[in-house]
Structures are given as structure tokens and as C-alpha cells.
Ligand binder design. Structure first.
Ligand SMILES: [Zn+2]
Length: 322
């Protein structure tokens, strides 16, 4: 349970929401949308806590009773709604809407945070709309979604919408620094994540996949043409194969950068500079370009309906120099 000041990035949004609280111009319904993993839910939670804080400073003060309750996740006026199974059902919304009629425990606000709001069934959305048409004093809804197109226009038109964008590499690095343990690994995952701290954390959890691709490339480069390459056993399913090809693409992109510029600081896999240098010495520029083109073709074939093993084999053969 965070506060706005501990949330990295999204400066304009934080300023706008804080300003609304301080100037007492809070709307009844907000919609936070944008790509996954960029901090919409965290921001929604920070906003909810700021709304409930009795300090009035526009952000959770962390010293009042309200803040200590919301921090522990036991604030009676902070309600979380998330899909029950595949969707948010009318039953859940009815409970929510009935709840919204009651006065708050602290005679202040009541905040409803709706996660994956695009998963509302039509009936649920209609029922929700009724609540939005007759808003109760002090009731604030915060809807969160990755899929703006899944929100009915009638609901959309009654919400104040905030678009959350991808974060800068520097901001993602900052967010995942503690989990990464080293600045180099944090940088690498920040670049690979494309600006999503959530994706960067998932990549960190799966950084074994990157290391597997690197080991494979190194062994093929060193033992080239000595044996038919075999994809690592751990790769399973289409997604696993796509991820493996993605890692190989990024690796050889780095090899090309080293060959063309000699600059280690431009690498995505900046934490594995020595290994990239080994690969850069094992291939000439034309071969690296060939590998990258084959990787691109492999990714395209994997996205289509092809035999995964065949698609991977052609890439590994290219890397092995056959
Ligand atoms: Zn407080």
C-alpha cells in the first residue's frame, strides 16, 4: 500500500489527483487506463488512500488512523472489486452498489476500486451505470483497465479518464532496482520491458530464460558445425518459443552493436558484456545480420500456425553456422 510520493513516474497524473483532493474538487468516478504493468493499480490504491486520509494534504500522510488502516488493508471504507472467475458479475456490483448507499464508517468518503473493469458483464455494467447516474455524496469509484475498448461508452462518458503511459527506462530501473540487485541487470530488464515495471519484474523472475538463450548461443558459436543443435528442453509451448527467439534477437542485436560501435554502454544486456564480446568475435557482420533476419522470420512463423520445432531449428542452424 503505497502513497503518491512513493510512486515512480506519472507526475502529471499524481499532480492532478492530488490537486483535486486539496481543492476539494473530487469527481465521483475515475478511470485509469493504459498498458499493463505500468502502475495503474498502485496509483489507484495511492489515490484511494489519499482520499481517505484525514490529513487533507492530497496524499496519504501515513500518521493518521485512516492511513494506518488503509496501509494494513483493513480500511472499512476502501472496497476492492475484482473479477470473480472470468468476469465482474452483477451480484458483485449489487453488493457494491448497496454498500454505496450506506454512510461511511468515518463519515467521510467511501472509495471503490474496480480492477479489470473491462471484465464487467453487460448486466453488471448497466447496474453500475445506474449508480453513476445518481452519485452519492462522498462515494468515489476508481476503475482500472488495460483494455479501454472493453469499457461501455456510457460508463466511459461518466468517468474522468487518465491515461497511464509506459515509464522511461530510468524510472523502470528505479522501480525494479531492489529486486534486480544490480544496476546492470535492472537496466537490462528495464530496456527489455519496454517501459513496464510489471513486465520488468516478470522478466526478472524469468531471467533464467535469457541466460538459457545466451548459453545456447555461446555453445553454438563455440561448437559450430560439430553437431545438430537441439532447442533447450525447458522451452514449452508457443509462448516459450517466442520468448526464446525474442531473447536471441536481443542478444544478436547487442552483438551487432558491439561489432559496429565497440561501445559496451549501448548494450541492452549490459550485465553480460563479456559474453556478448565472445559472440561478437565468433561471427562476422554479415553472419550476424543473417541471424537477425532469420530470427525475425522465425518470430513471424511462430506467430502463424507452424511447427514450432521446425521454426526454431532453422534459427539454431543459422546460429550454429550450418
Ligand atoms: Zn493520513
Amino acid at each position: 500500500m503505497t502513497a503518491f510520493r512513493a510512486l515512480t513516474g506519472h507526475e502529471k497524473i499524481k499532480k492532478s489527483l492530488t490537486g483535486a483532493i486539496v481543492s476539494n474538487r473530487v469527481s465521483h468516478a475515475y478511470l485509469f487506463y493504459g498498458p499493463p504493468g505500468v502502475g495503474k493499480r498502485t496509483a489507484g490504491m495511492a489515490f484511494a488512500r489519499a482520499l481517505l486520509c484525514s490529513g487533507g494534504g492530497g496524499d496519504a500522510c501515513e500518521v493518521c488512523d485512516e492511513c494506518s488502516r488503509s496501509k494494513q488493508g483493513v480500511h472499512p471504507d476502501l472496497h476492492l472489486i475484482r473479477p470473480d472467475g472470468a468476469s465482474i458479475k452483477i451480484r458483485q456490483l449489487r453488493e457494491l452498489c448497496d454498500g454505496a448507499v450506506f454512510t461511511s464508517f468515518s463519515e467521510g468518503r467511501q472509495v471503490f476500486l474496480v480492477e479489470q473493469a473491462d471484465r464487467m458483464t453487460t448486466e453488471a455494467a448497466n447496474s453500475f451505470l445506474k449508480t453513476l447516474e445518481e452519485p452519492m455524496t462522498g462515494v468515489v469509484f476508481i476503475l482500472i483497465t488495460d483494455e479501454l475498448t472493453g469499457i461501455p461508452p456510457t460508463v466511459l462518458s461518466r468517468c474522468l479518464c487518465y491515461r497511464f503511459n509506459n515509464l522511461s527506462r530510468a524510472d523502470v530501473t528505479k522501480v525494479i532496482m531492489q529486486e534486480a540487485g544490480s544496476a546492470e541487470l535492472a537496466h537490462t530488464m528495464a530496456v527489455l520491458s519496454g517501459g513496464s515495471p510489471g513486465r520488468a519484474l516478470a522478466l526478472l523472475g524469468g531471467s533464467a530464460g535469457r541466460d538459457r538463450a545466451l548459453e545456447m548461443a555461446l555453445s553454438l558459436a563455440v561448437n559450430s558445425r560439430s553437431a545438430m543443435p537441439v532447442p533447450p528442453e525447458e522451452i514449452s509451448g508457443r509462448e516459450g518459443a517466442q520468448e526464446f527467439v525474442n531473447y536471441l534477437t536481443v542478444l544478436f542485436r547487442d552483438v551487432m552493436v558491439v561489432q559496429q560501435t565497440g561501445l559496451g554502454e549501448l548494450l541492452i544486456n549490459i550485465d553480460r558484456q563479456d559474453d556478448i564480446a565472445v559472440l561478437a568475435g565468433a561471427y562476422d557482420r554479415r553472419e550476424v545480420l543473417d541471424i537477425l533476419l532469420t530470427a525475425e522470420e522465425t518470430a513471424r512463423r511462430l506467430a502463424g500456425n507452424v511447427n514450432q520445432r521446425l521454426a526454431l531449428d532453422s534459427l539454431l542452424l543459422k546460429i550454429a553456422g550450418f
